[in-house]
Design a protein around this ligand. Sequence first.
Ligand code: SF4
Length: 242
Amino acid sequence: MKPDYQETSSRQFSDSQEGSSRLVVDSQEEASRFLPHYQEISSRLFAHYPELKCALNFRNPYELLVASRLSAQCTDKRVNIVCEELFRRWPTPEALARANLSDVESVVRPCGLYRMKSKDIVAMAKMLEQRGIPDTLEGFLELPGVGRKIANLLMGELYDAPGVIVADTHCIRLSNRLGLVKNTKDPLKVEMALRKIVPPQESMRFCHALVHHGRECCDARKPRCEECFLQDLCKEYVTKDR
Ligand code: SF4
């Protein structure tokens, strides 16, 4: 006999095929129907990835801010390498605020988009020097180059804030494949839909778990579905013609 969550999942997947642009979850009432599905997914993810932490190396809020800005369209591994040199030369916001922009560009270059990223982190350092490290989502959003994804990450990592959803590429891809949202790549829609489903106290852990699973198994181009422990819960897999 199928466990309940599978029946719930199948019903949700077929419901979700009505209407092509509707989010799967767009009300709190609807969100409660998704809880068993979410709970089974999260408990397997947490069991499989017991040690979850941010893949960016940092020793203080300044370093995480800079590293997260450099991570756009770049691997965390490369950002960590670049940041070793960056923080050796400019270890504080005060030092980076006074740096020569072309010197910063030469260090940041391997991360790609280096002109914009360098401009942003120097401008960010100037604001940090004046205002200190923000302690609200809105405060982070005022910094140059910081969008909701980074602001949520910072609130979660630095302040353990409940309810943060980091809608990065892995989170968006897996949320769609697993049937937690429907056909939307809009980060804000994914964030808002997941906020309704994911218990606030485990939201950061869940986002880290999605990143790990995205990297280890659910690749964007070639997901390794035959090895995946979420196969029976996955809308993409369950509804695919084979
Ligand atoms: S079954 Fe495939 S598509 Fe679904 S989560 Fe696993 S790897 Fe990704």
